[in-house]
Design a protein around this ligand. Structure first.
Ligand SMILES: Nc1ncnc2c1ncn2[C@@H]1O[C@H](COP(=O)(O)OP(=O)(O)OP(=O)(O)O)[C@@H](O)[C@H]1O
Length: 369
């Protein structure tokens, strides 16, 4: 259901107030500036979905600022096993999210600002949004050398990426969201966006890694707050609107009916892993057994995140063919997910409960696939 966008309605709807603040009503012409009070990536992505699905943006625009606790955000058509280090993320408690827009994988933390420009579909203009950010950066620090590229990235000093872009275009409305690196943990960014997996073959969108730099490295006064205020001021000037940043709580069902179920859906295994385009893993590894170097080959096809075909090839005296086949067929239909290794081990425990040597071989296999 599209809710008509009006100042009063929007203020009530988005800003948790029955009475528009004095002045707000008269000054807002087309734009509204929002900022999330949450640092939860799923809740913030749910706000994007909610606004996109419910607000009629004909002749109106919204700018939404949000920041997340450490998270890796993959594009709609990407493969998480190929894009990031899932084990390291699990170890460090870093969330993985799949957004609804296309494009590559980015790292978010509290030093990264996310901006979402919502417009009617016919007003969707990514370069205009990036130019607005450039004007804001220029206003706070005229010495910065930042350019927008044809891929809609922002580059600092001609080679360091400080912003990446992605977008979603719907039937009547659209949004363009972009990141802005202010003081992100660059070590985490580069370690987490490196997959340890080898032998993955897929048609999923592959990210384009770049050299990155934080704006704070150029000027220590460029904090997230300073940048958000500068962009809000530039947005307000461009849209001749109030530069007030309205804080919104993305768990508030009275403002956003149905929002919590949207956030829940974004956290499901089916969405994050299950939406991965079909892929295959062809891998091999060597084991030293009775002073012989043995080669073990594993072929797996994965569809909707689940194992569809599995083939383990190992020398018969290390893992007899019969067992290889039993283990392979036990895997069919299982989620291809490292945390599922325990589940796979359970299959083995059920199949051959007494064979401890086999268990250790199996654990080794689980670690490799
Ligand atoms: N928060 C971030 N802001 C800017 N760049 C980032 C960020 N996190 C990671 N990067 C860099 O951007 C690369 C991914 O860029 P890529 O172009 O594939 O995706 P994108 O910028 O999200 O979207 P698009 O593909 O639509 O441009 C990462 O490998 C990394 O080098």
């Amino acid at each position: 259901m599209l809710i008509p966008f009006s100042v009063k309605n929007c203020f009530q709807l988005l800003c948790n107030s029955k009475v528009p603040a004095a002045g707000f009503k008269n000054t807002v012409k087309s734009g509204l500036i929002l900022q999330s009070t949450s640092n939860d990536v799923y809740q913030n992505l749910a706000i994007e979905d909610w606004i996109h699905d419910h607000i009629n943006l004909e002749g109106k625009t919204i700018l939404f600022f949000w920041r997340n606790s450490p998270s890796v955000v993959i594009g709609r058509h990407q493969n998480p096993w190929q894009e990031c280090n899932l084990n390291l993320m699990r170890e460090k408690g870093i969330k993985l999210a799949r957004r609804r827009s296309g494009g590559g994988t980015v790292y978010h933390d509290m030093g990264n600002i996310n901006l979402t420009f919502f417009t009617a579909k016919n007003k969707y203009d990514r370069m205009q949004n990036l130019k607005l950010i450039l004007r804001a950066l220029n206003a706070v620090q005229p010495q910065l050398d930042v350019q927008a590229t044809k891929r809609f990235d922002l580059l600092l000093d001609g080679r360091f990426k400080i912003s990446g872009t992605a977008s979603k275009i719907g039937r009547t409305s659209a949004y363009h969201h972009c990141t802005l690196l202010c003081s992100t943990d660059e070590t985490s960014l580069s370690c987490l966006l490196r997959s340890p997996y080898q032998g993955i073959k897929s048609n999923a969108t592959a990210s384009i890694p770049s050299l990155v730099k934080n704006l704070v490295e150029k000027d220590p006064t460029l904090t997230c707050e300073v940048l958000i205020n500068a962009i809000a001021a530039e947005y307000a000037a461009y849209h001749q609107t109030d530069n007030h940043i309205n804080l919104i709580n993305p768990t508030d069902e009275t403002l956003f009916p149905g929002i919590n179920s949207k956030a829940k859906e974004l956290q499901t295994w089916e969405w994050i892993y299950g939406k991965t385009p079909k892929f295959s893993v062809n891998t091999y590894f060597n084991v030293l057994y009775e002073q012989l170097d043995l080669e073990i080959k594993v072929f797996i096809d994965i569809k909707n995140g689940r194992i569809e075909i599995c083939n383990i090839e190992a020398p018969d005296h290390w893992l007899p063919l019969q067992i290889c086949e039993r283990l392979s067929s036990g895997l069919i239909g299982s989620k291809f997910c490292p945390t599922e290794a325990t589940m796979l081990t359970n299959i083995l425990l059920r199949t051959c409960p007494q064979d401890y040597e086999l268990h250790s071989k199996w654990n080794m296999l689980c670690e490799k696939i």
